[in-house]
Design a protein around this ligand. Structure first.
Ligand code: PFF
Length: 455
């Protein structure tokens, strides 16, 4: 990923493939392997996936294109982008601030899930979790999260790793590694999926994943699916705007966005096919929640030759994928602190990391000594997740869509999406504009208000 240095000397992505890989690196992460499967399981399967797909197409894709376009047209951090483009003193830039808040909240639980992944690498190496008995794998997971010290220490290790990469400015190196390793993760998921399909519960799993039962769809399910679409594509908080500011002038924005979306969906679907047959074969509960991946995958690995070694590789690759996503998450507050408050990069990173560690400790301890604390019915792990995905990101999405559709305007959007007329995509850009101006903001608002029971 590009180095972030103040304006005139800002870095940027150099090749078209590099842009695609970095953008994909932000989108693909624990979301695919951990969140999509567990939310699908908890929200009734195929119906949820269908709404997630619709939200991705009607909301996610246009907002992603808008964010990248806005970012590239000014080439600055999200706050500066919106300040530069807003007429008068209109406070559209506030979306940059809410983006920063969203980054802290997401990092606080995300870093804890990566902490579990780190712990599972060690467990996998030791070979203690190779079992297809739900009682065994569940107990193993429960033991990890119930240990406050382990939960905190692993999280701090994750945060320290992310901060060092950002401070040493070796993000580029990490991105290069990620780029090479991601195809491997894809292949491993393919193998797991193929194994899954040979299990007895495969048919039931396919039905669960692809045959919608509409009776399970409630307003909350719809809100959750929409929130997932935002989270998955890293939109609504300025991440894609920041990445857009590093795009080259001749990069095809609509094509890049579509490719990222398709690849991202592909990885999520594969993860689903790898996980759900085992869920039904060995008697796990699809609605197990955040533990789902951690308790079911050991069962899949216990069924295949070299399962022990492959499980180690799998968790290492998952950690690498999560690293790419976390680097992009931290980039938002870091760039804002750097450029807006004239902080040195190292200070900005340290401050941002500390600001994550505070709510992060809440998430880390939410299954042990802070398990009794609930706010509005959520524990300290689910709370930042809910607020970011279902409130902050959609609100950011509405603001970005409205700004693009009503303030920035059709000509400027089309100029960016068509590379100033070089690409012949006038029809497509018209559709994107109409979606952004009317459909997307209205849809988001309706889903949010219903989902949050405002009406
Ligand atoms: N899209 C990432 C995932 O699915 O794992 C999570 C994420 C990264 C969300 C960056 C938001 C963001 F800005």
């Amino acid at each position: 990923m590009a180095q972030t240095t103040p304006n005139a000397t800002r870095g940027g992505f150099s090749t078209s493939f590099g842009i695609l890989a970095a953008t994909l690196g932000s989108a693909v992460g624990l979301g695919n392997i951990w969140k999509v499967p567990y939310l699908t399981g908890a929200n009734g399967g195929a119906g949820f996936l269908l709404i997630y797909l619709l939200a991705t197409l009607l909301i996610g894709l246009p907002v992603m294109m808008a964010e990248i376009s806005l970012g590239r047209s000014v080439r600055a951090n999200p706050i500066k982008v919106l300040r530069t483009l807003s007429p008068g003193r209109q406070p559209w830039w506030l979306v940059g601030l809410s983006g920063m808040l969203a980054a802290f909240l997401i990092m606080s639980f995300y870093s804890e899930v990566v902490a579990w992944v780190f712990a599972y690498i060690l467990k996998a190496v030791r070979g203690t979790i190779m079992s297809s008995d739900p009682a065994v794998t569940q107990a193993d997971f429960a033991q990890l999260v119930a240990d406050p010290l382990q939960s905190l220490l692993w999280q701090w290790l994750v945060l320290a790793a992310v901060a060092s990469v950002l401070i040493m400015g070796v993000a580029q190196g990490i991105e290069a590694i990620t780029k090479r390793l991601m195809p491997l993760l894809f292949i491993l998921l393919l193998i797991l999926g193929a194994v899954g399909l040979t299990l007895d519960g495969a048919q039931q799993a396919m039905q669960f994943l692809f045959w919608p039962d509409f009776s399970k769809i409630t307003a909350t399910v719809v809100l959750t699916a929409m929130g997932l679409a935002f989270f998955k594509l890293s939109i609504g908080m300025g991440t894609m705007m920041t990445y857009g500011s590093y795009f080259t002038a001749n990069q095809n924005i609509p094509q890049t966005a579509v490719r990222v979306m398709l690849a991202d969906l592909g990885v999520s679907m594969l993860a689903g096919v790898a996980i759900f047959p085992a869920v039904f074969t060995f008697g796990f509960a699809p609605s197990a929640g955040p533990s789902l991946v951690f308790i079911t995958l050991p069962a899949v690995f216990s069924q295949i030759p070299f399962g022990h070694g492959l499980m180690v590789v799998f968790f290492v690759l998952t950690a690498v994928a999560a690293m790419g996503a976390m680097l992009s998450l931290m980039e938002v507050p870091t760039v804002i602190l750097q450029e807006r408050f004239q902080m040195r990069r190292s200070r900005a990173v340290l401050l941002a990391t500390l600001l994550v560690a505070l709510p992060g400790a809440g998430s880390a301890l939410s299954h042990s000594i802070l398990a009794h604390i609930h706010v509005a019915g959520f524990n300290l792990f689910d709370l930042p997740d809910f607020v970011s995905s279902n409130v902050l990101l959609p609100t950011g999405g509405i603001i970005i869509a409205l700004f693009t559709g009503w303030v920035w305007g059709r000509d400027k959007l089309q100029a960016e999406l068509s590379n100033h007329g070089q690409l012949r995509n006038a029809k497509l850009t018209t559709v994107v504009f109409v979606l952004l101006r009317y459909v997307t903001p209205l849809l988001i608002a309706l889903v949010m208000l219903r989902g949050l029971r405002v009406f």
